[in-house]
Design a protein. Structure first.
Length: 255
DNA sequence: ATGGTAGAGGATCTA
Protein backbone atom coordinates (compact mmCIF):
# COMPACT_ATOMS: atom_id res chain seq x y z
CA UNK A 1 0.00 0.00 0.00
CA UNK A 2 1.26 3.44 -0.93
CA UNK A 3 0.20 6.48 1.11
CA UNK A 4 1.04 10.10 0.37
CA UNK A 5 0.47 13.62 1.64
CA UNK A 6 0.67 16.98 -0.13
CA UNK A 7 -0.19 20.49 0.92
CA UNK A 8 -1.32 21.82 -2.46
CA UNK A 9 -2.02 25.44 -1.46
CA UNK A 10 -5.23 25.66 -3.53
CA UNK A 11 -6.53 22.57 -5.28
CA UNK A 12 -8.07 24.80 -7.94
CA UNK A 13 -4.66 26.08 -9.00
CA UNK A 14 -2.91 22.72 -8.55
CA UNK A 15 -5.59 20.40 -9.98
CA UNK A 16 -3.67 19.44 -13.12
CA UNK A 17 -0.52 18.84 -11.08
CA UNK A 18 -2.47 16.64 -8.66
CA UNK A 19 -4.10 14.48 -11.34
CA UNK A 20 -0.80 14.16 -13.24
CA UNK A 21 0.95 13.22 -10.02
CA UNK A 22 -1.70 10.61 -9.16
CA UNK A 23 -1.51 9.02 -12.58
CA UNK A 24 2.27 8.83 -12.40
CA UNK A 25 2.64 7.70 -8.79
CA UNK A 26 -0.52 5.64 -8.30
CA UNK A 27 -0.81 5.94 -4.51
CA UNK A 28 -3.62 4.08 -2.78
CA UNK A 29 -4.39 7.21 -0.79
CA UNK A 30 -3.30 10.83 -1.25
CA UNK A 31 -3.99 13.23 1.62
CA UNK A 32 -4.40 16.85 0.57
CA UNK A 33 -4.22 19.98 2.70
CA UNK A 34 -5.09 23.58 1.93
CA UNK A 35 -7.57 22.74 -0.79
CA UNK A 36 -9.14 26.18 -0.14
CA UNK A 37 -12.43 25.03 -1.65
CA UNK A 38 -16.00 24.87 -0.50
CA UNK A 39 -17.41 21.36 -0.90
CA UNK A 40 -19.76 22.37 -3.73
CA UNK A 41 -16.73 23.49 -5.75
CA UNK A 42 -14.64 20.34 -5.21
CA UNK A 43 -13.40 19.11 -8.63
CA UNK A 44 -14.82 15.63 -8.17
CA UNK A 45 -15.19 14.91 -11.90
CA UNK A 46 -11.50 15.46 -12.61
CA UNK A 47 -10.66 13.06 -9.77
CA UNK A 48 -13.11 10.32 -10.73
CA UNK A 49 -12.14 10.51 -14.41
CA UNK A 50 -8.68 9.20 -13.53
CA UNK A 51 -10.05 6.36 -11.41
CA UNK A 52 -9.86 7.95 -7.98
CA UNK A 53 -12.49 8.61 -5.36
CA UNK A 54 -12.57 11.52 -2.95
CA UNK A 55 -13.88 12.51 0.42
CA UNK A 56 -13.36 16.09 1.47
CA UNK A 57 -14.22 18.80 3.89
CA UNK A 58 -13.52 22.38 2.96
CA UNK A 59 -14.36 26.01 3.48
CA UNK A 60 -14.00 29.29 1.68
CA UNK A 61 -10.49 30.78 1.23
CA UNK A 62 -8.61 28.86 3.93
CA UNK A 63 -7.77 25.31 5.06
CA UNK A 64 -9.67 22.37 3.59
CA UNK A 65 -8.53 18.72 3.47
CA UNK A 66 -9.30 15.72 1.27
CA UNK A 67 -8.54 12.03 0.83
CA UNK A 68 -8.14 10.83 -2.75
CA UNK A 69 -8.13 7.04 -3.00
CA UNK A 70 -8.46 4.09 -5.32
CA UNK A 71 -10.81 2.22 -2.99
CA UNK A 72 -13.75 3.51 -1.01
CA UNK A 73 -12.86 4.57 2.50
CA UNK A 74 -14.96 3.56 5.49
CA UNK A 75 -15.90 5.36 8.70
CA UNK A 76 -15.12 8.84 7.40
CA UNK A 77 -14.58 11.46 10.08
CA UNK A 78 -14.19 15.16 9.27
CA UNK A 79 -13.21 16.72 12.59
CA UNK A 80 -11.42 15.97 15.84
CA UNK A 81 -14.15 14.65 18.13
CA UNK A 82 -14.87 16.91 21.08
CA UNK A 83 -12.84 19.81 19.66
CA UNK A 84 -14.85 22.91 18.88
CA UNK A 85 -13.32 24.15 15.65
CA UNK A 86 -14.87 25.89 12.67
CA UNK A 87 -11.68 25.39 10.62
CA UNK A 88 -11.61 22.38 8.33
CA UNK A 89 -8.32 20.68 9.10
CA UNK A 90 -8.97 16.95 9.54
CA UNK A 91 -10.33 14.08 7.52
CA UNK A 92 -9.94 10.38 8.31
CA UNK A 93 -11.05 7.12 6.70
CA UNK A 94 -10.23 3.43 6.78
CA UNK A 95 -8.85 1.58 3.76
CA UNK A 96 -8.72 -2.20 4.23
CA UNK A 97 -7.46 -2.41 7.82
CA UNK A 98 -5.44 0.80 7.68
CA UNK A 99 -6.78 3.92 9.36
CA UNK A 100 -5.62 7.07 7.56
CA UNK A 101 -5.80 10.44 9.30
CA UNK A 102 -5.06 13.53 7.22
CA UNK A 103 -4.24 16.68 9.19
CA UNK A 104 -3.55 20.31 8.43
CA UNK A 105 -2.14 21.38 11.77
CA UNK A 106 -2.45 25.14 12.39
CA UNK A 107 0.55 27.27 11.42
CA UNK A 108 0.49 29.26 14.65
CA UNK A 109 1.61 32.54 13.10
CA UNK A 110 3.95 33.69 15.87
CA UNK A 111 5.01 32.24 19.23
CA UNK A 112 2.83 33.72 21.95
CA UNK A 113 0.09 34.88 19.61
CA UNK A 114 -3.57 33.91 19.76
CA UNK A 115 -3.04 31.66 16.75
CA UNK A 116 -0.12 29.98 18.54
CA UNK A 117 -2.35 29.17 21.50
CA UNK A 118 -4.97 27.81 19.09
CA UNK A 119 -2.27 25.59 17.58
CA UNK A 120 -1.21 24.21 20.97
CA UNK A 121 -4.82 23.58 21.99
CA UNK A 122 -5.45 21.90 18.66
CA UNK A 123 -2.40 19.67 19.12
CA UNK A 124 -3.54 18.68 22.61
CA UNK A 125 -6.95 17.68 21.27
CA UNK A 126 -5.32 15.76 18.43
CA UNK A 127 -3.16 13.80 20.87
CA UNK A 128 -6.16 12.86 23.00
CA UNK A 129 -7.99 11.62 19.95
CA UNK A 130 -4.95 9.68 18.69
CA UNK A 131 -4.74 7.76 21.97
CA UNK A 132 -8.26 6.48 21.34
CA UNK A 133 -7.68 5.83 17.64
CA UNK A 134 -4.52 3.83 18.36
CA UNK A 135 -6.53 1.40 20.46
CA UNK A 136 -9.22 1.09 17.80
CA UNK A 137 -6.81 0.86 14.87
CA UNK A 138 -3.43 -0.83 15.41
CA UNK A 139 -2.61 0.06 11.81
CA UNK A 140 -2.80 3.83 11.97
CA UNK A 141 -1.16 6.40 9.69
CA UNK A 142 -1.12 10.12 10.47
CA UNK A 143 -0.19 12.20 7.44
CA UNK A 144 -0.16 15.88 6.70
CA UNK A 145 1.23 19.34 7.09
CA UNK A 146 2.24 19.36 10.76
CA UNK A 147 3.70 22.87 10.67
CA UNK A 148 6.38 21.52 13.02
CA UNK A 149 10.04 20.95 12.23
CA UNK A 150 10.83 18.20 14.77
CA UNK A 151 14.58 18.80 15.10
CA UNK A 152 17.25 21.32 14.16
CA UNK A 153 18.42 19.03 11.36
CA UNK A 154 15.00 19.63 9.75
CA UNK A 155 15.66 23.38 9.49
CA UNK A 156 17.94 25.24 7.05
CA UNK A 157 19.15 27.76 9.59
CA UNK A 158 18.44 26.46 13.10
CA UNK A 159 19.95 29.49 14.80
CA UNK A 160 17.62 31.90 13.01
CA UNK A 161 14.67 29.62 13.67
CA UNK A 162 15.59 28.84 17.29
CA UNK A 163 12.40 29.15 19.36
CA UNK A 164 10.45 30.57 16.41
CA UNK A 165 7.15 29.36 15.02
CA UNK A 166 7.37 25.81 13.57
CA UNK A 167 10.43 25.18 15.80
CA UNK A 168 9.43 26.25 19.32
CA UNK A 169 9.88 23.86 22.23
CA UNK A 170 6.14 23.53 22.89
CA UNK A 171 5.53 22.54 19.26
CA UNK A 172 8.41 20.06 19.31
CA UNK A 173 7.16 18.68 22.64
CA UNK A 174 3.77 18.05 21.00
CA UNK A 175 5.44 16.25 18.11
CA UNK A 176 7.56 14.19 20.51
CA UNK A 177 4.57 13.18 22.59
CA UNK A 178 3.11 11.63 19.44
CA UNK A 179 6.38 9.74 19.01
CA UNK A 180 6.20 8.66 22.64
CA UNK A 181 2.71 7.26 22.15
CA UNK A 182 4.24 4.88 19.61
CA UNK A 183 4.22 6.72 16.31
CA UNK A 184 7.30 6.52 14.10
CA UNK A 185 8.53 9.34 11.86
CA UNK A 186 8.68 7.25 8.69
CA UNK A 187 11.17 9.50 6.94
CA UNK A 188 13.73 8.94 9.69
CA UNK A 189 13.50 5.17 9.30
CA UNK A 190 15.56 5.51 6.14
CA UNK A 191 17.31 8.86 6.16
CA UNK A 192 19.30 10.53 8.93
CA UNK A 193 20.53 13.40 6.77
CA UNK A 194 20.21 17.10 7.37
CA UNK A 195 19.01 19.58 4.75
CA UNK A 196 16.12 17.47 3.51
CA UNK A 197 12.96 19.58 3.49
CA UNK A 198 9.30 19.48 2.43
CA UNK A 199 8.49 23.21 2.43
CA UNK A 200 10.25 26.24 1.03
CA UNK A 201 8.90 29.79 1.30
CA UNK A 202 7.90 31.35 -2.00
CA UNK A 203 9.95 34.41 -1.12
CA UNK A 204 13.65 35.22 -1.39
CA UNK A 205 14.34 32.35 -3.80
CA UNK A 206 14.17 30.01 -0.83
CA UNK A 207 13.84 26.84 -2.91
CA UNK A 208 16.76 27.67 -5.19
CA UNK A 209 18.88 28.23 -2.07
CA UNK A 210 17.38 25.16 -0.35
CA UNK A 211 16.23 27.30 2.55
CA UNK A 212 13.46 24.99 3.70
CA UNK A 213 11.97 23.11 6.62
CA UNK A 214 10.76 19.52 7.00
CA UNK A 215 7.25 20.13 8.32
CA UNK A 216 5.17 17.61 6.32
CA UNK A 217 5.26 14.19 7.89
CA UNK A 218 3.96 10.65 7.75
CA UNK A 219 3.77 9.13 11.22
CA UNK A 220 3.06 5.42 11.39
CA UNK A 221 1.84 3.38 14.34
CA UNK A 222 4.38 0.83 15.51
CA UNK A 223 2.47 -1.96 13.79
CA UNK A 224 2.39 -0.12 10.45
CA UNK A 225 6.00 1.03 10.72
CA UNK A 226 7.09 -2.62 10.64
CA UNK A 227 5.79 -2.86 7.08
CA UNK A 228 7.24 0.45 5.87
CA UNK A 229 9.84 -0.11 3.17
CA UNK A 230 10.31 3.43 1.84
CA UNK A 231 9.65 7.08 2.57
CA UNK A 232 10.40 9.67 -0.08
CA UNK A 233 9.97 13.41 -0.54
CA UNK A 234 9.08 14.34 -4.11
CA UNK A 235 11.20 17.48 -4.16
CA UNK A 236 10.96 17.80 -7.94
CA UNK A 237 7.34 18.95 -7.71
CA UNK A 238 8.65 22.16 -6.13
CA UNK A 239 10.50 22.84 -9.42
CA UNK A 240 7.25 22.78 -11.37
CA UNK A 241 5.77 25.89 -12.94
CA UNK A 242 3.37 27.47 -10.41
CA UNK A 243 4.33 25.00 -7.70
CA UNK A 244 2.83 24.52 -4.29
CA UNK A 245 5.28 25.69 -1.64
CA UNK A 246 5.18 22.11 -0.26
CA UNK A 247 6.47 18.88 -1.79
CA UNK A 248 4.59 15.55 -1.59
CA UNK A 249 5.75 12.91 0.91
CA UNK A 250 5.18 9.22 0.14
CA UNK A 251 5.44 5.94 2.05
CA UNK A 252 5.37 2.43 0.69
CA UNK A 253 4.03 -0.29 2.98
CA UNK A 254 4.59 -3.97 2.17
CA UNK A 255 1.64 -6.37 2.38
C1' DA B 1 13.32 44.89 12.28
C1' DT B 2 11.66 44.50 7.60
C1' DG B 3 10.54 42.62 3.30
C1' DG B 4 10.16 39.50 -0.13
C1' DT B 5 5.80 35.81 -2.88
C1' DA B 6 1.49 33.27 -3.53
C1' DG B 7 -3.58 32.43 -3.16
C1' DA B 8 -8.29 34.03 -2.36
C1' DG B 9 -11.13 37.73 -3.31
C1' DG B 10 -11.62 42.01 -4.32
C1' DA B 11 -9.12 45.13 1.12
C1' DT B 12 -6.69 42.52 3.64
C1' DC B 13 -5.71 37.94 5.71
C1' DT B 14 -3.01 33.80 5.95
C1' DA B 15 1.02 31.37 5.28
Amino acid sequence: MKLATWNVNSLKVRLQQVTDWLELNQPDVLCLQETKLQDQNFPIDAITSIGYQAVYIGQKTYNGVALLSKQTGNDVVTAIPKLEDIQKRVIAATYADVRVICVYIPNGSEVGSEKYQYKLNWLAALQQWLQIELIKYPKLALLGDFNIAPEDRDVYDPETWQGKILCSQAERDAFNSMIEMGFVDSFRLFNEQKKIYTWWDYRMMAFRRNRGLRIDHILLSEKLSQSCVECTIDRDMRKHERPSDHAPVVVELSD
